[in-house]
Design a protein around this ligand. Structure first.
Ligand SMILES: [Zn+2]
Length: 67
């Protein structure tokens, strides 16, 4: 599975890990460089936002409840 760039989210972008020991990643599409820490922060933030959206969607009245 290809890692998806956290900068451009292009599913076709090739994300490479720098082999210089930095452990950074570079996206072949937008040429942004980011660290493991940034990936973790971005995904945490996204997960938090999605958790709220999902909570809202699931508590939203369904069709059959609206009479
Ligand atoms: Zn990118």
């Amino acid at each position: 599975m290809n890692a998806i760039c956290i900068k451009c989210w292009n599913p076709d972008a090739l994300v490479k890990m720098h082999l210089d020991g930095s452990g950074d990643f570079e996206c072949g599409e937008c040429e942004e460089t980011f660290t493991c820490e940034e990936v973790r922060d971005t995904l945490d933030a996204m997960q938090g936002k999605w958790a709220r959206l999902i909570g809202w969607a699931e508590s939203y009245p369904k069709d059959e409840d609206v009479k």
